[in-house]
Design a protein around this ligand. Structure first.
Ligand code: ADP
Ligand code: MG
Length: 266
């Protein structure tokens, strides 16, 4: 589905992702993890073509994304970015989700088509926001907003969905709700998903593959069992942890260790 070869990109400020190479298979649910500032959002921005590579290639099903017209790119890749969307507060939920259909509009087309209506209804039903259709986007709670944002992303009918920390401002109930939804879309609609998560336990629970970034480079890639080990986490995050097996998922469960337990001053 997605092939990234020797990607180098970054900012004038001096931060660069360096020589990133990896593949994402069709139907995969891949997690990107790493400490703050390690380049997770930067990598998503490069895949969503917000940021231009300095070197290297990003291929979606064999086609360089830099060569796609904007409309083609927007029909194939949906991005749910980290910053909460402030601009759309005066839209109803339905109007907001309809924005996802923009890349399918014909020239001079003002009203939505029957197909647009059908796809928007389907996206709202999958994400359980249909009952909020006429409510203002600005009135929604955090979890409802996030579901509406994902509905908009789905209305684009993408092949690849990119999510940047979709659960960050949510309580645990809504974290599970959003990631259950992402997993359902991945499984039932065979949607390929790349999700940035900073919570290692959520990454462990929901992702089949993890890519761990450290200071702009790939530190390691593999299954949660391979990546989420005591030694890897301590090396990359510079903090001790205890890794157990979750009694619920049988996947790695990362327990934080307060300084006091380690004989450090708190
Ligand atoms: P993460 O998502 O892993 O926390 P980011 O990819 O957002 O990290 O940021 C990586 C580094 O790039 C940080 O040091 C950050 O300060 C810098 N950075 C992020 N966005 C910009 C930008 N728009 N311009 C300049 N530097 C940026
Ligand atoms: Mg980020």
């Amino acid at each position: 589905m997605l092939k990234i070869k020797n990607l180098t990109c970054g900012y004038e400020s001096g931060f660069f992702l360096k020589d990133i190479t990896f593949d994402v298979g069709d139907g995969e649910l891949m997690g990107i993890i790493g400490p703050n500032g390690s380049g997770k959002s930067t990598l998503l921005r490069a895949i969503g073509r917000v940021l231009k590579p300095r070197r290297g290639e990003i291929l979606l099903k064999g086609k360089e994304i830099g060569r796609m017209k904007f409309r083609e790119l927007a029909r194939r890749i949906s991005v749910v970015s980290q910053s909460p969307e402030q601009i759309m507060l005066n839209f109803t939920v339905k109007e907001y989700v309809l924005l996802g259909r923009t890349p399918y509009r014909k020239r001079f087309q003002i009203l939505e088509s029957k197909t647009d209506d059908r796809i928007v209804a389907e996206a709202m039903s999958l994400t359980d926001v249909a009952y909020l259709a006429e409510r203002g986007f600005g009135e929604l709670s955090g979890g409802e907003k996030q579901r509406a944002i994902i509905a908009r992303a789905l209305a684009q009918e993408p092949e690849l969905l990119l999510l940047d920390e979709p659960t960050t401002h949510l309580d645990i109930g809504h974290q599970v709700e959003i990631l259950d939804l992402v997993k359902k879309l991945n499984r039932e609609k065979n949607l390929t998903v790349i999700v940035v998560l900073h919570d290692l336990n959520l990454a462990s629970l929901y992702c089949n593959h993890l890519l761990l970034l450290k200071e702009g480079k790939i530190h390691s890639m593999g299954s949660p069992e391979e990546i989420l080990t005591y030694s890897v986490i301590e090396e990359v995050y510079k903090t001790p942890v205890v890794v157990e097996k979750s009694p619920v998922s049988f996947r790695p469960l990362i327990c934080l260790v307060p300084g006091k337990e380690m004989g450090r001053d708190t």
